[in-house]
Ligand binder design. Structure first.
Ligand code: URP
Ligand code: ZN
Ligand code: ZN
Length: 466
């Protein structure tokens, strides 16, 4: 007789990126070992009748404890950031490890691991942010890190101190060509933004709304076109992150039509927020300052169509939390003098999946399998998480059990991050993940935390399979 299951999730509606079916899921030693009808009793059983049994979400674009300069402090450390992710139905997050200028990548990673180790409620892995692509970084360090399982890195075309010029981007992409790693690109034209910021400040227009006006669609479109062209020159696949509008989507479509491998990512802020939110009373608009900024309803529709039609492979949060009413956050002393000093980024790791489920699946825009692909399976394939993102025998037992009948209104008071607001406050949601299992261990049971800090582990990654 075979050993009993450690856990059986019984009678739920299981969804993969291709199928939806009713089954029991048997788990032993942290893995899914059997999927079938009427499995034998486990040491623990969860009755999932009437619930959806989905792969735990993988949020492959989050910022946690990232140094933000100028007395600004990110609102989440690994404890609060991964706890919030977990309550939002996620079992793996991929934060960015920032290389500061002059710093070796290894030193940045050592410091980042020290912050994460023993403090996480979800599994995690890191993308590098390459801000100083010296000869030794590109020649030795980065290839060695790829071999060690850090198989993706992000480059910026905007933000002073972070942005790379075209020559540097080409050189960094060449490391991806040589190693098989993936380059992610933040596409906004910094020089054009600086020009527009200068014009706005000169006219005394310094309120948060000007953040959106000085980062118009054209600066994203131009940079997207350039990033795709540079990737074509080097002949590498590329990830275009946080795409906000139809013009950038058209660039992705055009590159694909030329035979390029392009992975597109969008985020909740481009589906349910607009630039008008930055108008908020007094400086409340600062709560919505992120880059690229939320656009207009036509852009929202374009992003929905991109999700429906496959332009987007990834739906991520770009969780980048700063407290609002805090001198180390949005309302820092300089931030109150000009939109230019408001830290860029908004929280959203806990609300990413409920927003897409409610607005996408429950409103009939996407089906459950597409939801699973966009929120888990594709992230695992793109970023080399070989045992994650699928409900299948042999995979890590990372599972979120959803109550599709749950009705909630997003209130920051109910969330678990370290910020003091949610940009999604007041949005009505249908469907919420109520129980979350990580590596076979129940972490959240019926909305209550039962797992412990440190149950989440670092996972080295393979090369992308795209
Ligand atoms: O405003 C944003 N998105 N901040 C996070 C950093 C980034 O560019 O992803
Ligand atoms: Zn970015
Ligand atoms: Zn980001």
């Amino acid at each position: 007789m075979s050993e009993p299951f450690d856990l059986v999730i019984r009678g739920g509606t299981v969804a993969t990126a291709s199928d939806v079916f009713t089954a029991d899921v048997g788990i032993r030693d942290g893995r899914i070992v059997q999927i079938g009808e009427t499995l034998a009793e486990g040491r623990q059983d969860i009755d999932a009748a009437g619930r959806y049994v989905l792969p735990g979400g993988i949020d492959s674009h989050v910022h946690i404890s990232q140094p933000s300069g100028d007395g600004i402090v990110m609102a989440d450390d690994f404890e609060s950031g991964t706890r919030s992710a977990l309550f939002g139905g996620n079992t793996t997050v991929l934060p960015f490890c920032l290389q500061e200028k002059g710093q070796s990548l290894r030193a940045a990673l050592t410091a980042y691991h020290a912050l994460a180790d023993g403090n996480c409620y979800t599994d995690h892995s890191f993308h590098m942010i390459v801000s100083d692509p010296t000869a030794s970084v590109l020649g030795q360090e980065l290839p060695a890190l790829v071999a060690d399982g850090y198989t993706s890195f992000k480059v910026f075309m905007t933000y002073e101190g972070l942005r790379l010029n075209d020559a540097q981007i080409l050189e960094t992409m060449d490391v991806a060509r040589r190693t098989g790693a993936l380059v992610m690109v933040h596409c906004e034209n910094e020089d054009a933004i600086r020009y527009l910021i200068g014009r706005h400040e000169a006219s005394g227009d310094v309120a948060p709304r000007a953040h959106a006006t000085t980062r118009p669609i054209v600066v994203e479109r131009e940079a997207t076109h350039r990033a795709l062209s540079l990737a074509e020159v080097v002949d590498v696949p590329v990830v275009i992150v946080h795409v906000s509008n139809g013009a950038a989507i058209d660039e992705i479509r055009a590159a694909r039509a030329r035979g390029r491998k392009v992975i597109g990512e969008t985020c909740p802020q481009y589906l349910v927020l607009t630039a008008d939110d930055l108008d908020g009373m007094d400086w409340e608009g600062a709560k919505f300052v992120c880059s690229p900024p939320p656009r207009d309803t036509a852009s929202q529709e374009a992003c929905w169509r991109g999700l429906e039609t496959g332009v987007f492979d990834l739906f991520s949060s770009d969780h980048c939390p700063f407290r609002y009413d805090d001198p180390a956050g949005k309302l820092n002393p300089k931030g109150k003098t000009s939109f230019r000093h408001i830290p860029n980024g908004i929280p959203g790791v806990e609300t990413r999946l409920p927003i897409l489920f409610s607005e996408g699946v429950m409103k009939g825009r996407i089906d459950l399998s597409r939801f699973v692909a966009l929120t888990a399976t594709n992230h695992a394939k793109v970023y080399g998480l070989e045992r994650k993102g699928r409900i299948a025998v042999g995979m890590d037992a990372d599972i979120a059990i959803w109550d599709p009948e749950a009705r909630r209104t997003i209130r920051h008071a109910d969330l678990h991050d370290g910020a003091d607001y949610s940009p999604y406050e007041g949005i009505e949601i249908r469907g919420w993940p109520t129980t979350v299992v990580l590596g076979g261990k129940i972490m959240v049971r019926d909305g209550t935390l039962v797992g412990a800090k440190g149950d989440g582990h670092y996972r080295a990654r393979a090369l992308p399979t795209i």
